[in-house]
Write a protein that binds this ligand. Sequence first.
Ligand SMILES: C[S@@+](CC[C@H](N)C(=O)[O-])C[C@H]1O[C@@H](n2cnc3c(N)ncnc32)[C@H](O)[C@@H]1O
Length: 245
Amino acid sequence: MKRTLITVNAFFKHIILLARPHIFLGFLAKPFLFFSNVISLSRWISQQPKTGIFNDFFSLKRDYIRRYTLYQYVVDTQHLQDEAIDYLELGVCGGQSFEWWLASNRNPASAFYGFDTFEGLPENWGVFFNKGDMSAAVPQLTDTRAEFIKGLFQQTLPPFLQTHALDNGKRKILHLDADLFSSTLFSLAMLFPYLKKGDILFFDEFNVPNHEFFALKTFTDSFYIQTELIGAVNNYYQVALIVKG
Ligand SMILES: C[S@@+](CC[C@H](N)C(=O)[O-])C[C@H]1O[C@@H](n2cnc3c(N)ncnc32)[C@H](O)[C@@H]1O
């Protein structure tokens, strides 16, 4: 019986591929992906704790400044202020969030790495932002713990990981703020070997269904890594997750 079903399934699959459905149904690909991700995001949200952690869901108004309250909450509850950490920010732009994190930590053994093209987004992001938007000058900082790595993550992360010993026992704080699915997934996959229990992931535009959320979902589904929400603001626009293992 099973063998017959497999044969029938294969037959229909071959017929569908022969019919080249992209020609007459191609316009459905993007909306179907979007609705699929909206449903996954909604399910994910329904599974998150609403009490016992810092979470403002549901709030009517988005206040971008509230993300700093989330950062401070995590610094306080995870006792990060004096700990030696490796902070990696993927998507720096003008350096606002990067500078916040640099100022929040006092340990001289901490390292702060900021990755960006500094020439803007490498591809369009949704309908409002185009390739090249968000370009900014590389921040000039006096704190010697800070290092900026200019270029596409896809080109800079592999050599960076060969020259920087990230398997050093320090807690990793990854700040994923590249907005795009491709950039976020690539970064998570590259940094996966260095992630340990207790490391923290921040996302800055998490509740955008086809981008940062989809990247985390694809990453956790594919790498069998477990994370737990420890804080969220602006209806999950900004989230902090801790690696459980
Ligand atoms: C929203 S901005 C970062 C904002 C910053 N973290 C803040 O809050 O102050 C997103 C940045 O990601 C960068 N970016 C996106 N994908 C990238 C990639 N694949 N390689 C390098 N930079 C990328 C863009 O150049 C852009 O400056």
